[in-house]
Design a protein around this ligand. Structure first.
Ligand code: ARG
Length: 562
């Protein structure tokens, strides 16, 4: 039941010579005002082809369309063909579909159980979990859930930054200035402190950098002391990261980080050699990838490998292990060049599957208009941000609903939901201004607002004694209709969110549905009219189901009370 699709079919009957079905479907829009109809087809592009005015074309089309009983009537207005859906038929269909499918409403089968690997979060060991990593985490998690909703099998991969020259620096710094107790008490803060201290001192003392290179070389050669320290730093950092994942309710299928690929690197170098792609340049090994892009560095002068080498090995391993059809990398847009190089090298290696690789970039998180940085002590520790959001949510609940059960749980859901929604309501490429106050408002375009709307719907259902009844509904009044038309497009919204790697489509949809519902709640006395009560409750139930499912797709819980 997709009316846009049906309308496109009907148009196709008249226009098959000039356009295909999906092109027609993509042109159909929602009119600006409800009174203009429910679906609208613009005729401006056709004007060039037919050499007639758009309005004349609209009139001709409107006259000849063979409409089924889902369409009430059709009008040609200012170059648009506008159709009005039959409210009774459509309402009944939409409500029936939500009632029978419940949380499965909106599922689509385009994935056919094929595999998508999603590389997301991927913080760096011994460094704080940055705002960028938070963005990657929530966007990646939402894309994973949306992909599953579209019928894909998803493998969630946390490609930890657990290898690289910085570990040489860290080992040197720890051996010079660190203590076991301090690291154990507060691993990330302490390790960062050591790292910053290393950089400060190395500015005066060049020799420190030599020592760091030496210790990284030791690490790559499997030196026992180096490995032991590295492993310990890794474990301690992971413990901290896991606290954040736990708060957010996020799990991974694999936490194989960069280090995992150490023994898989020779194979990459070998393959590149076989295909004659490897060249020497000042002692380093590189792959030239054309005039527009700088070459991809594969090994350094001293034989050590790089971030890109490990990503090449990782892509090969993932294809071999998971046989993915698509593979997403949710990483900030400052790494666009890296991924272009990576994908081009894989294309040059002749792998057909390079077509399924996709970098999903995103913008920055800003504070007072400036990038939030983790360098030089100016750290915003993410766990503190989340804890603060949760505390504020708790205060809010204490004030509004002091007798609520399970306050702790609800505060966690609302606090984290606020942070997640604040991110996902923006298109991922936009930079976002970080503001705890904005996130946590119960009014306006926030997570708590949608959650609150969901809780309100749940409470009406409890109070009204809702009973499921598949035949209850024939609501056609204007306020109900504006809810129905939102519920109706949910599957379409999910599909678009998937195709455009864009969870904000779902966030915006949830805001629209919440607004329509709150308007309904404000104007219609849902429980007062006994004759209409069950029909209205059924509508409320559908709203509740869809809000719940939409929030779930963003990685947000929807409490029944708050
Ligand atoms: N650890 C990297 C960083 O923080 C991100 C890794 C992204 N994933 C990848 N396969 N390169 O910048």
């Amino acid at each position: 039941m997709n009316y846009k699709h049906e309308f496109a079919e009907v148009l196709f009957g008249q226009l098959h010579e000039v356009a295909d079905r999906s092109k027609l479907e993509s042109m159909i829009e929602k009119p600006k005002f409800d009174k203009l109809g429910d679906l609208s087809f613009p005729c401006f592009e056709l004007a060039k082809i037919y050499k007639k005015s758009p309005q004349q074309i609209a009139v001709d089309l409107a006259q000849n369309l063979q409409l089924s009983n889902t369409f009430q009537h059709v009008e040609a207005i200012s170059g648009f063909v506008n159709v009005f859906l039959n409210k009774r038929v459509v309402s009944t269909n939409v409500i029936k579909e939500v009632l029978t499918k419940k949380e499965h409403y909106g599922e689509i089968t385009i994935g056919n159980k094929k595999v998508i690997t999603i590389d997301f979060s991927s913080p760096n060991i011994a460094k704080p979990f940055s705002m960028g990593h938070l963005r990657s985490t929530v966007i990646g998690n939402a894309l994973a859930l949306i992909s599953e909703k579209c019928g894909y099998e998803v493998v969630r991969i946390n490609h930890l930054g657990d290898w690289g020259t910085q570990f040489g620096k860290l080992i040197v710094a720890y051996k010079l200035w660190g203590t076991k107790e301090k690291v154990q008490d507060n691993p990330i803060k302490e390790l960062l402190k050591l790292y910053v201290q290393f950089h400060d001192e190395a500015e005066q003392n060049e020799e420190l950098n030599d020592q760091a290179r030496h210790w990284f070389k030791n690490l790559e050669n499997g030196n026992e002391e180096a490995l032991k320290l590295w492993n310990w730093f890794r474990e301690e950092s992971l413990k901290e990261f896991n606290k954040i994942y736990q708060l957010l309710g996020i799990k991974f299928d694999s936490t194989n980080g960069e280090a995992f690929y150490n023994d898989k690197m020779n194979k990459v170098v070998q393959l590149l050699k076989e295909k004659n792609l490897l060249q020497e340049s000042e002692g380093a090994q590189i792959v030239e990838i054309g005039d527009d892009l700088p070459p991809c560095l594969i090994t350094k002068k001293d034989g050590t490998t790089l971030y890109a080498t490990r990503d090449l090995a990782a892509a090969l391993y993932r294809q071999e292990t998971y046989k993915f059809e698509k593979s997403f990398y949710v990483v900030g847009n400052e790494q666009s060049l890296h991924f272009k190089q990576l994908f081009t090298v894989l294309e040059k290696l002749g792998y057909e599957w390079h077509n399924g690789l996709k970098h999903v970039p995103f913008g920055m998180m800003l504070k007072d208009g400036k990038k939030m940085s983790t360098r030089k002590g100016k750290v915003v520790l993410l766990e503190e941000v989340l804890t603060e959001a949760i505390n504020l949510a708790k205060e809010n609940i204490e004030e509004k609903n002091p007798t609520l059960d399970a306050k702790e749980d609800v505060a966690r859901q609302v606090g984290t939901g606020a942070v997640i929604f604040h991110d996902l309501k923006n298109h991922r490429l936009n930079d976002i201004e970080f503001s705890l106050e904005d996130m946590l408002r119960f009014e306006g375009e926030t997570g708590p607002y949608v959650q609150y709307t969901h809780a309100r719907a749940s409470s009406i259902l409890r109070k009204g004694g809702y009973e499921e009844n598949l035949d209850a509904v024939t609501l056609t009044d204007g306020e109900a209709w504006s809810i129905i038309t939102k519920l109706m497009v949910f599957p379409d919204v999910i599909k678009r969110a998937f195709e455009q790697y864009d969870p904000s489509q779902i966030a915006k949809f949830l805001l629209d549905l919440s607004k329509a519902f709150n308007k309904y709640y404000g104007t219609v006395r849902i429980l007062d009219d006994l004759k209409q009560k069950q029909a209205r409750l059924t509508l409320v139930y559908c709203v509740q189901v869809v809000l719940n499912e939409g929030l779930r797709l963003l990685g947000i819980h929807a409490p029944e009370e708050m």
